[in-house]
Design a binder for this molecule. Structure first.
Ligand code: HEM
Length: 182
């Protein structure tokens, strides 16, 4: 997993769980004194151990925690990869183009990174369906990113999660609809 995800997780934990909690989390995850650089790749198992430890410490379910984390990351993702985002795009346009314009480029630039292959279908001007398939089963992050993008563009969206990989489905189906008047 890309080091950006780890450095964002560290910032998220310090800001949302508590200042000074990152070393506690590392210890709880069996990764005491581990450092993460945003320019490198690290084993997925470490990300899973950190998320599991964060769930134990906060007593939050993984889906809730991952969703908050996804939303938290958006301002930095948009800043770091801003050159890949067309300035005319809004929330649904970013979703529609994430695979071709963003995740594909992340894979090219960082051969070790494996962002999920998203299939995003623009059903109507105000609706996108996301088909998410990843061995990491981090659909919570995807939903959080959707909300973070909507916040970034000052839009309102309704998100509906249909079939879910965490319930045994082959892929997650996530419907995003722009709320009326947005
Ligand atoms: C601003 C646009 C975006 C950028 C710059 C971005 C970038 C990234 C990067 C660098 C990773 C780490 C990949 C790895 O370590 O292998 C990642 C993972 C991920 N991305 Fe994106 N992404 C963006 C938009 C989205 C959107 C719109 C979604 C879904 C709605 C999404 C869903 C995910 C998920 C769920 C992961 C976690 C890894 C996994 O599930 O396999 N991303 N993204």
């Amino acid at each position: 997993m890309h080091g950006i995800i780890f450095s964002e997780l560290k910032r998220f934990v310090e800001e949302s769980v508590g200042n000074g909690k990152w070393p506690v989390l590392l210890h709880e995850a069996g990764l005491a004194r581990r450092t993460y650089l945003p320019t490198q790749e690290y084993p997925d198992a470490e990300a899973f151990a950190l998320v599991a430890a964060a769930c134990r410490i906060t007593r939050l379910p993984a889906a809730t925690l991952l969703e908050s984390f996804g939303t938290f990351m958006v301002p930095d993702l948009v800043r770091l990869y801003g050159s890949l985002i067309d300035p005319t795009w809004r929330t649904l346009d970013v979703l529609e183009h994430t695979e071709a314009a963003i995740h594909r480029v992340v894979r090219l630039r960082n051969p070790g990174a494996k962002p999920p292959e998203l299939v995003c279908r623009r059903e109507r001007p105000d609706e996108v369906t996301i088909f998410y398939r990843s061995a990491r089963k981090m659909c919570g992050v995807a939903i959080g990113i959707v909300h973070g993008l909507a916040r970034h563009y000052a839009e309102d969206v309704a998100v509906q999660h249909g079939p879910c990989m965490n319930d045994g489905a082959d892929e997650c189906v996530i419907r995003v609809r722009l709320s009326a008047g947005a």
